[in-house]
Ligand binder design. Sequence first.
Ligand code: SF4
Ligand code: SF4
Length: 267
Amino acid sequence: MKPRVAVHKFASCDGCQLAFLNAGEALLQLSELVEITHFAEAGPLDPDGQVDVAFVEGSITTSEDAERIKRVRDNSRFLITIGACATAGGLQALRNTADAGDWIASVYASPEYISSLPTSTSIAQHVKVDLELWGCPVNGRQVLAAVRALLFGVPPVVENDKVCMECKRRQTVCVMVAQGVPCMGPVTRTGCGAICPHFGRECYACYGPAETINDVSLGRWFEGLGLAPDAIVRRFRFINNDAPAFRDAAERIAQSQRPGSPGSAGH
Ligand code: SF4
Ligand code: SF4
């Protein structure tokens, strides 16, 4: 019997599922090796079936989703999160730092019809996750490599290098040094192939934090490039704002600018 694979969606833009679909020929080859039992974007529907591998896109933002993810976990041998939303709460986790009720009231004419949690949280904050694939969106190569590794019973490769390392491997000229743009590559994990610097623009950290980041040093670099402190904070509070390393970095930088702190104006 072929291994069974499902792709589930929670609060997300569907971009990671599209990355899966865009894998093209590789996806066709994969579909010969596995049975895709649930993938609403592509057709098959069986949300409560038992599977060997469940891919999960999106964050948890409603009480219904908080229950549904438990059923997905119970029905899956391996659970893999795909993308920034599922792995770190996504851009929508910015609500975690604000009053979500106020925001809803300022956007919707009838806020009483909106039923959502005050936070957007990663899948790992609700159930055990076997592998996290970062990116906004993930790329099809990562997803297919993870499936292949699990099918052959070997641990999937976890990409923890920084984007800078990938630039060096590709012999891409450093955009921060050559153009003076504030690139997040020194604190961002690779996996994308350093695609933005390769095309001459700065990285904005869509693959989330790399291991052991030096955010203090990068913050000083950004200051030297002329960024105001709140602009530096916003660099960390972006797509992966609720990833602990970025959340802590943003808080540290914001804290250092509060009146009376050693880094603030007037000291
Ligand atoms: S990680 Fe990015 S591309 Fe993927 S679902 Fe979330 S917002 Fe969309
Ligand atoms: S270079 Fe940075 S922003 Fe661009 S795709 Fe890679 S991680 Fe994302």
